[in-house]
Write a protein of this length. Structure first.
Length: 178
């Protein structure tokens, strides 16, 4: 029996269920930062870059997509993806095709990357998580959903803004000896 991090399962569910690649990036980046000694560190980074590349491509930022997907391919080329229940050959084929199109500036309709999962326990966990969230595994990207397609510009950042304002105010008070 193999135990997969919850953040990884959540990443897979978002990657294949909601197709919210920005959320994929957030979930796995948080896990990666919380586990700096993890032997899969570079693999996590590669999977994060893959999600970011998908996000950029879907938004039409083809240069950003190409750059991220090239970096993801490098990180994942020697990664122990079989330990994470991902078939590398299938992923490599999809990445190579996508990168060839991006490099040649060949405008193609957007197509999602899908991982071929090889671990039955992982498949079961992902299917259950998808069902619980009301997602259907493998659903194509919701190209009309601006809140997902342009997530970084549409998200609520009020907590980040408030934290920055609080930090600035604290700095001012410190400088003024208050």
């Amino acid at each position: 029996m193999h135990t997969f991090p919850k953040s990884y399962i959540d990443y897979l569910v978002e990657f294949h269920g909601s197709r919210d690649y920005f959320e994929c990036h957030e979930l796995l980046e948080e896990y990666w930062k919380e586990h700096p000694e993890d032997p899969l560190e570079q693999t996590w980074v590669g999977l994060i870059q893959l999600a970011v590349g998908q996000y950029h491509e879907r938004r039409g930022n083809l240069r950003g997509a190409e750059k991220m997907l090239q970096q993801a391919e490098k990180k994942l080329s020697n990664a122990p993806l079989d330990n994470l229940g991902i078939e590398w050959v299938s992923l490599q084929r999809q990445l190579s095709t996508k990168l060839a199109q991006l490099t040649q500036k060949s405008v193609q309709p957007y197509i999602d990357i899908d991982f071929h999962l090889t671990n039955e326990e992982l498949k079961t966990a992902c299917a259950a998580a998808c069902a619980k969230r009301g997602f259907i595994w493998g659903t194509p990207s919701p190209m009309q959903d601006e809140s997902i397609i342009h997530r970084h510009t549409k998200r609520d950042r009020s907590d980040v803004i408030a934290a920055r304002q609080h930090a600035l105010l604290a700095k001012k008070r410190e400088r003024n000896g208050m």
